[in-house]
Each structure stands twice: as C-alpha cells, then as structure tokens.
Design a protein around this ligand. Structure first.
Ligand code: MTE
Ligand code: MO
Length: 453
C-alpha cells in the first residue's frame, strides 16, 4: 500500500521528463536531462567538438505537465487543481473539457505507472471480511453487468470562498474554489452489489478501504460497509464518463463512483478494495476532508482500528465529510473581495462586480441536493420576497442537478441576487453554516452581487 523505493526513485527521475502535446494530438516524450540523451545521439566528431567548447549552461528542466486534458475552459485554482467555470455552464451534462479536476498530486502517467494501462490494470478485492478474495482485470470488469447513472460530482472544498466572502471566517484555509468544483456526468460502473455477490461479505464486515496508491502513497479512503450495502446499486467501480473511457485526469482506467458524497470518496486510479471487520484510518478521513471546528467532535477510535500511511490516533481530528449539502448557483461569477487569493484567470478583479444589461432578462442557474433531490428553487433580489424559479426538465432524481431560470426586469444600479434550493425532504439552504477550518461543504445561500448598466 505504499510506494516501493524503486517506484519513488522512478517518480523523481520522471519528474524531470516533459511531455508536450502537439495540435495533431500526437504525443512526444522528451527526457530533459540533456546530458545523456543528446550526447548519445550525436556523432562522435560533434561530441568531441562539443567537449572542447565551453559547455552551454543547461536549460532549466521544464516542469512536468500535471494535467493531461485541455484545461483552457477551466479556472486555475492551484498546481494540480482546476475548477469548472460555472458562469459559462449551459448544459445538463458537463462536457469533460468543462469538468473540474481535483488532484492531490499530478495526474499519474501510464508511461511511469504501467498499471494504468488497461492491459495491465488489476484490482484486488480482499480483506478479513471477504469470503472469496479475487483479483480482477480490466477485461473482467468491463464484461461484468454494469449500470449508468447521471450524477453530480462535487469537491468538498467547493464554496470555500463563501466562508471568507460571506461569513468573515479568516481562519479557514485551503484553495480558493469559488462555486465551480462541481459537474454532472453519466458514469458507467459495475455496482458494488454485484461485486459483493462475487466475493461474499462476512457478517462482521465494517469498513471498506478503497485504495489507489498510484498517484500518491496516501490516496485512498474508507467507507462504512453499511452505506455500501444500502446503496449497492448506486455505488460502483467506474470505467466510463459521458460514454467515453475515463480520461487520465479523471482516474483512467478505473475509479470509484460514489454519487452524492463529496468527490473525495470517488477514488481515482483505483487498484484495491479491502473490506475488514475493523475501522480504517487514513489521511483522508482523519485530518484531511473532515469537519474540524467548535461544532464538531472527533470520532472515537477503537482498540482494533487500523492506522495506515503514518496516521496515528492523534490525527483523528473530526468527522469525515460524506453527503454534499443542498446548493444552488446562478451563472454569474461571484464577487471575490475578502478571499486570500483570486485565481489568475478569474473573470473579475478583486472587488469587481459582474455587469448585467438593464431590463428584462432570463437569469439561469443550477441546483442540486444529492441526498434527497431538488423539489424547488427560490430566488430573491435585494432581500425582497422569495419567489419560485422555473425548473427546467429533466429532474432525474436525487443525484442529478436541475437547471432553473427566472425573468428579472433589472433596474440600473447594484443589486444582490440570492437563490436557495429546497429538497424533497423539505430542507433548504441556510444563510450561514457552522465554521469548519478546512472550509468543507459550504452550502450557505450565495449572494451574487451584480452591477446593472
Ligand atoms: N487517487 C486519487 N483519487 C481522488 C483524488 C486524488 O487526488 N487522487 N481526488 C479526490 C477528490 S478530492 C475529488 S473532489 C475527486 C475529483 O474527481 P475529478 O478530478 O474527476 O473531478 O476525485 C477524488 N479522487
Ligand atoms: Mo475534493
């Protein structure tokens, strides 16, 4: 479950390698450690001449490309992190070029990680609570009965900016996701209900650890077996997104898909599932991707629990983030004023208001509530009465978002537009959410400031 020394060395060596893409889509692969590559290729005479001339200063090694897909339609949040530009969203299904990427490490490349080639890929399903452990190949997987589901995927950090902009909570730290770390895709997957039928779960099965270990040696996260049984047809081992093979950035060849829970649960570059009768603790359910704050209590640790990847009981800081809350956005960029940083390619400067034309216009948006599904969306302008927005079809159930719109006769001047989603259980978005210092899962009503000109 951890990188071997050899793998680690390999990573270091390959960090110096560059891949460029030319527009024809052909790939080139250069080794930038110029010394041996160039010298080996040069005729002997040239090599001699070069030896007597003063050596040119070596060019700095260009950084390895960290994402492989075209990211020109995404917002640059950090080295390995890209957000969707939700103010440009118009479709029900998010095209992959508009789909956010949240990587804790650079996208692993098949050249360095042969296991990512579908011809090599294998997944181990084992653990002390499994009756018949198996190892499956990619071919085995795609021949199994599969399902498709249309579901949003959203990063826990989406909306972190609201803690700074609306709640004044300067102690919150993390990347400046605005509201576009969300997208909706059609996922094709082999449901866990089928997998459980193959391997047999023992009665005492408690926790299932989904593990990659390919992009980084701490990348995996557990889920309670009870949740996997309750949603055995909805959660699964996924190999297609929007009808195509997964792209490398989205976990190719195989990832987990956990509709409704924050994206962290949907482990990319999946290679292992371990089901045990005890609890697993890793980085992503102890001190990362958890709620830490005055309103939250760290979960209790049991005597038989397993700590993985250098994690200790002292690292268990708060309950892990699971379901994403109800949210709604209109397709207008949020004003960033108090955020510690503004993404370089954000369409607004710090404190700048987006401009809308005066007069009647359709305001559009998206709303989602993955635990129970959206029932209605309401909007108000400048603190006036809440009114119902029109919901466009389709509304395919709890895991899908809906598009909504309303007519607004916009008067000149500065205004605030707010929307709130209401789910089928009657819950609605709150004005504020309790502080958590990692800035997870902020589902507060967003205040969209606009300047009508
Ligand atoms: N192996 C691995 N799986 C991972 C991650 C990662 O960095 N490594 N990031 C997680 C997080 S935090 C999110 S939000 C989703 C993002 O999926 P996407 O990049 O396909 O949108 O993948 C999850 N799975
Ligand atoms: Mo995430």
């Amino acid at each position: 479950m951890s990188l071997t020394k050899q793998q680690a060395q390999e990573t270091q060596i390959m960090e110096g390698a560059v891949r460029t893409h030319d527009p024809s889509g052909r790939r080139q692969f250069f080794v930038s450690a110029g010394a041996f590559g160039a010298a080996l290729a040069a005729p002997a005479a040239m090599a001699q001449a070069a030896a007597s001339a003063p050596a040119p200063a070596p060019a700095p090694a260009p950084a390895r490309k960290v994402l492989l897909k075209d990211d020109s339609r995404l917002l640059n949040i950090g080295a390995t992190v890209r957000s969707g530009n939700y103010w440009n969203f118009s479709t029900f299904i998010t095209p992959v070029e508009e789909f956010y990427v949240r990587n804790h490490y650079p996208t692993p490349m098949v050249e360095q990680r042969p296991v990512l080639d579908p011809r090599n890929w294998k997944m181990k399903i084992h653990g002390n609570a499994i009756e018949r452990p198996i190892e499956i190949t990619y071919d085995d997987l795609v021949k199994m009965p599969s399902r498709t589901i249309i579901a949003t995927m959203e990063c826990h950090g989406n909306g972190r900016s609201l803690f700074w902009e609306q709640q004044g909570q300067t102690q919150v730290a993390g990347g400046n996701w605005v509201l576009g770390a969300v997208g909706q895709a059609e996922w094709q997957y082999v449901p866990l209900s089928h997998i459980f039928g193959l391997v047999g779960l023992k009665k005492d099965a408690k926790s299932a650890l989904f593990w990659s270990g390919v992009d980084g040696n701490d990348m995996g996260r557990p889920m309670p077996v009870s949740e996997l049984i309750a949603r055995g047809d909805d959660i699964g081992i996924c190999f297609k997104m929007n009808g195509n093979d997964l792209l490398p950035d989205h976990g190719a060849p195989v990832r987990l898909i956990v509709p409704g829970w924050g994206g962290t649960a949907s482990i990319k570059w999946l290679t292992e599932m371990r089901v045990d009768s005890h609890q697993h603790w890793v980085r992503l359910n102890t001190k990362g991707e958890v709620y830490i704050g005055p309103d939250y209590q760290a979960p209790a640790v049991g005597p038989t629990d397993e700590f993985i990847g250098g994690i200790t009981p002292a690292d268990v800081k708060g309950p892990m983030v699971t379901w994403m809350p109800i949210k709604s956005v209109i397709t207008v960029p949020l004003v960033l004023d108090k955020s510690p940083s503004i993404p370089a390619n954000y369409p607004l400067k710090r404190g700048e208001l987006p401009k809308l034309p005066v007069g009647r216009q359709l305001v559009r948006g998206y709303a989602w509530a993955p635990q129970h599904g959206i029932r209605a969306v309401e909007y108000r302008v400048d603190g006036g009465p809440w009114q119902r927005a029109h919901i466009q079809g389709p509304n395919l159930g709890r895991y899908t978002w809906v598009r909504f719109d309303f007519m607004w006769d916009a008067p000149r001047g500065n205004h605030v537009i707010e929307t709130r989603g209401i789910d089928t259980a009657g819950n609605m978005q709150p004005e504020t959410v309790p502080l958590n210092i990692l800035g997870m899962a902020n589902g507060a009503i967003a205040k969209f400031k606009v300047q009508v000109v």
